[in-house]
Design a protein around this ligand. Structure first.
Ligand code: CP
Ligand code: NVA
Length: 309
């Protein structure tokens, strides 16, 4: 299959550069339309989406549900206690049953294999709303936000400071497709998955650096990016991680080292006073709320692509 005609949205690097850029351009177009108050573009009219959540969510749930409904469709929220995928029922059965009622499935799960299984057995498109491995919709929204604020994504320097987690893997997989400079500054032992780093490097598209020195890393950054130190499913490690991640807090001093052009971004939810100070998140160069808003617009464009519009 052409990379522009894939059934599912599971990893950014499944798609080629032209398709990713088309989706981002489409996101900007549909965003402008919705922001103008226009409510007559209803491509999802008569369509339904099942949204499976094995983990909590605010942005993902509300942006998918609102976005799908603003474009004419109806979304169904299935929380952690509802279908208990893999526990009450096997994932492959969930996939085949939901495919018979719905035009598209969005899922937030723990194990990445669960989203791969869902996609394998589903006859309708599956969109990854975060797994322990990656979070592609978030990084598409981030790319859109960078294009809006900086004018472009290509050639920029993005410095992520913190845990080498699912967010980092999606940044790396974006860097395998679009050329920019990506740096992950994390404590020793919390580096991103080696295979994913290798994949991004092998693609030969972007400059990729993994370092343990946030102060050196942020110099000249266009974006300094942070995420929680303990992700969903790791909350019992929070106290331990606070010790290990000392020195990786994005504070005013680190932003000063980054330089005057640096924007601050965070996928949210944020723990103020832990991975980022209140001052940094509230500063004029913090774009965390436009970033959160763009979840909806990026996802609308992803769903338009998958549903053939
Ligand atoms: N950024 C993000 O995915 O937020 P939620 O966990 O609230 O969906
Ligand atoms: N790394 C975080 C991202 C939340 C959007 C987590 O997985 O909890």
């Amino acid at each position: 299959k052409e990379k522009s005609e894939l059934k599912d949205f599971l990893h950014i690097s499944d798609f080629d550069k032209a398709t990713i850029m088309n989706i981002l351009n489409r996101a900007a177009e549909v965003k402008a339309l919705l922001k103008s108050g226009e409510r007559t573009y209803l491509p999802f009219k008569g369509k339904t989406m099942a949204m499976i959540f094995a983990k909590p969510s605010m942005r993902t749930r509300v942006s998918f549900e609102t976005g799908f409904s603003l474009l004419g469709g109806h979304a169904i929220y299935l929380g952690p206690d509802d279908i208990q995928m893999g526990k009450r029922e096997e994932t492959r059965d969930v996939a085949r049953v939901l495919s018979r009622y719905n035009d598209i499935i969005m899922a937030r799960v723990f194990a990445h294999q669960d989203i791969l299984d869902l996609a394998k057995y589903s006859s309708v498109p599956v969109v990854n709303g975060l797994t322990d491995y990656n979070h592609p919709c978030q990084i598409m929204a981030d790319a859109l936000t960078m294009i809006e604020h900086i004018g472009q994504l290509e050639g920029t320097k993005v410095v992520y400071v913190g845990d080498g987690n699912n967010i980092v893997h999606s940044w790396l997989l974006l860097a395998a497709v679009i050329p920019f400079h990506f740096v992950c500054a994390c404590p020793k032992g919390f580096e991103p998955d080696e295979k994913t780093v290798e994949k991004a490097r092998q693609a030969g598209v972007s400059k990729i650096e993994i370092t343990n020195d946030p102060k050196e890393a942020v110099r000249g950054a266009d974006v300094v990016y942070s995420d929680v130190w303990a992700s969903m499913g790791q909350k019992e490690e929070a106290a331990y991680r606070r010790q290990v991640f000392k020195g990786f807090q994005v504070d005013e001093a680190l932003m000063k080292l980054a330089g005057p052009k640096a924007y601050f971004m965070h996928c949210l939810p944020a723990e103020r006073g832990v991975e980022v100070t209140d001052g940094v998140i509230e500063a004029p160069n913090s774009i965390v709320f436009p970033q959160a808003e763009n979840r909806m617009h990026a996802q609308n464009a992803i769903m338009l692509n998958l549903l053939g519009f």
